[in-house]
Design a binder for this molecule. Sequence first.
Ligand code: PLP
Length: 305
Amino acid sequence: MIEKTEKIWMDGEFVNWEDATVHVMTHTLHYGLGVFEGIRAYKTASGPAVFRLREHVDRLFDSAHIFQVHIPFTREQIVNAVVDCVKVNKLEECYIRPFVYIGYGMIGLYPKNNPIRVAVAAYPWGASYLGKDAIQSGIRVKVSSFIRNHVNSNMSRGKVSGYYINSQLAKKEAITLGFAEALMLDADGYVAEGSGENIFIVRNGKLKTTPLTSILEGITRDSIMKIAADNGLEVNETRFTRDELYISDEAFFSGTAAEITPIIEVDNRKIGKGKPGEITTKLQSIFFDTVAGKVDKYRDWLTYI
Ligand SMILES: *Cc1c(COP(=O)(O)O)cnc(C)c1O
């Protein structure tokens, strides 16, 4: 259950959590054309700080642009809404969910004049997205029987509500079979990403991650690539097959929700020694220091509340 907070920002003003409701004929509720973000604010020595806020807001506007949805607020207004949402709810650390959706009006597939509505909610959420202890101990993963949508079917640069039907099918299948998360292949059979995370592998000390074709351009992925390069690690964005993943030394998922979650097993095959690898652990440690404001070099990734 979501741990509710006091206020939600809705269309320019704060309303009580209980009053942040919509009509059942809201267009997005039926057809899934909504765009959203998942952002985290972390506790630091100087109070809460939002991680890479500007990049998340830019991606929200990019997602809307792809689908020709006009957000009736400026980027600055959304940035401020996120900051204010953390502030008014007096949160020390939290997950933040901006959501842009097509409101009530017509219900056909061309809702030209329906209002575009925007909400921002913030609520406490620990490091438990892929299961208790997942960050420390790593998770078991299953290659899904569902593929990531083809690039001409989904435009993968957008973080779009409807896409997560595909993710939910994959996730439900994996969990039902006793795994923590699904790994989806692309339409050509190459490794794409998890249901809501990007993936990295490590072989012979070098990192590899999926190129930006059928995957979401993750902001955590980008942060890890910068951190890795700054620490002398080679990172290649190149496609790879599931058997290359099976024989990799280390693997991990990355995302705002999953942060850096080690993958210790795929399709019942151990990855490396079957426990979180050395490079994964090192990147985790720098990442968690970074979000906590302890790394000067990456201080401009933080927006202090
Ligand atoms: C949100 C998401 C990610 C991770 O993106 P971040 O910006 O790192 O949070 C990766 N893949 C999918 C499908 C996602 O929805």
